[in-house]
Design a protein around this ligand. Structure first.
Ligand SMILES: CC(C)(COP(=O)(O)OP(=O)(O)OC[C@H]1O[C@@H](n2cnc3c(N)ncnc32)[C@H](O)[C@@H]1OP(=O)(O)O)[C@@H](O)C(=O)NCCC(=O)NCCS
Length: 263
């Protein structure tokens, strides 16, 4: 449920220098339309696209798969050519031992991937910053989130709404593959930063956020589960990442695959 870009607005041709919103052991890659010429789809991936797919869908699907392969290569060079097909409920099918997520929006794309021995899931989402209508606000934010949101200076509200919305989509992408539960927007609560009289999102990130499940999302993510998220803000877009560590996983840097993040 990505926000619609303004009609007629041009596709960004340069990925606006995204940095990773994730911990260092989650591989991350981002791309823009300018990178499309260097990305090739596997024939089996090509077959996932409808022959009637719009050029924008073809571009974004291709960029998303390209980012996913770059993230996989950062985890393990042997995975650099892996095909990423489709599993149930349209989720990407990652190689064995890997969890990951893909996002694309308005000619930009990003992907994250991690070792499944360390993470139960990761989610990533891109959105254009937008002001919500009253109806959208009620549908996406829970009462306690709306209260936090309304306490923000008006100039901060579009950004805060977009970050919360995007974190929720990242939560879904991180948790659905492991738990198979269709979480709704009211099933998690994002803790928005409180206004301290200045900008709530003073930097372009990466900034940390927390969230809490209000409904269970599978055995390992019960109601009350508290998770972490990161956000990055660039040129009218918000990128968020959510990571759900395995219980008892070693801390980053110990006994995991070598990883790196990239633009
Ligand atoms: C599935 C959903 C999260 C995708 O987000 P989006 O903003 O529409 O689109 P994005 O470009 O960011 O992401 C699209 C990618 O998500 C991935 N995706 C789709 N369904 C998925 C699922 N069930 N699980 C994990 N990833 C999924 C795919 O990789 C897809 O790209 P592809 O078709 O090129 O492979 C969104 O459409 C949706 O259904 N949201 C409602 C559920 C939700 O967010 N609940 C909030 C819980 S707190």
């Amino acid at each position: 449920m990505a926000a619609s870009p303004a009609v007629g607005s041009p596709l960004p041709h340069d990925a606006p220098a995204w940095v990773s919103p994730f911990p260092a052991d989650v591989a991350f890659a981002a791309a823009s339309a300018a990178d499309a010429a260097g990305v090739a789809l596997h024939p089996a991936e090509q077959a996932l696209l409808s022959p009637r797919a719009a050029p924008r869908r073809v571009l974004e699907f291709t960029l998303g798969r390209g980012c996913a392969r770059r993230a996989l290569a950062a985890l393990d060079a042997a995975l650099a050519d892996a095909a990423i097909l489709r599993a149930d409920a349209r989720r990407p099918a990652w190689p064995a031992g890997i969890v990951g997520a893909i996002t694309h929006h308005h000619g930009l794309a990003a992907a994250a991937a991690a070792d499944s021995s360390a993470y139960r899931g990761v989610g990533v989402d891109l959105e254009a910053v937008r002001s919500p209508t009253a109806g959208l606000l009620r549908r996406i934010l829970r009462p306690e989130e709306r209260e936090q949101w309304q306490a923000l200076p008006p100039a901060e509200r579009a950004l805060a709404f977009t970050v919360a919305f995007s974190v929720k989509e990242s939560i879904f992408k991180a948790l659905y593959p492991a738990g198979g539960v269709f979480l709704g927007f009211q099933d998690a609560s994002v803790a928005l930063p409180a206004s301290a009289g200045g900008a709530v999102f003073p930097s372009a990130g990466p900034g940390p956020l927390t969230w809490e499940l209000r409904e269970p999302a599978g055995a390992a993510a019960p109601a009350g589960y508290r998770g972490q998220a990161g956000y990055v803000i660039r040129g009218g877009f918000v990128l968020t990442g959510v990571w759900v560590p395995c219980q008892g996983a070693p801390p980053p840097g110990r006994a995991r695959r070598r990883v790196s993040s990239s633009r």
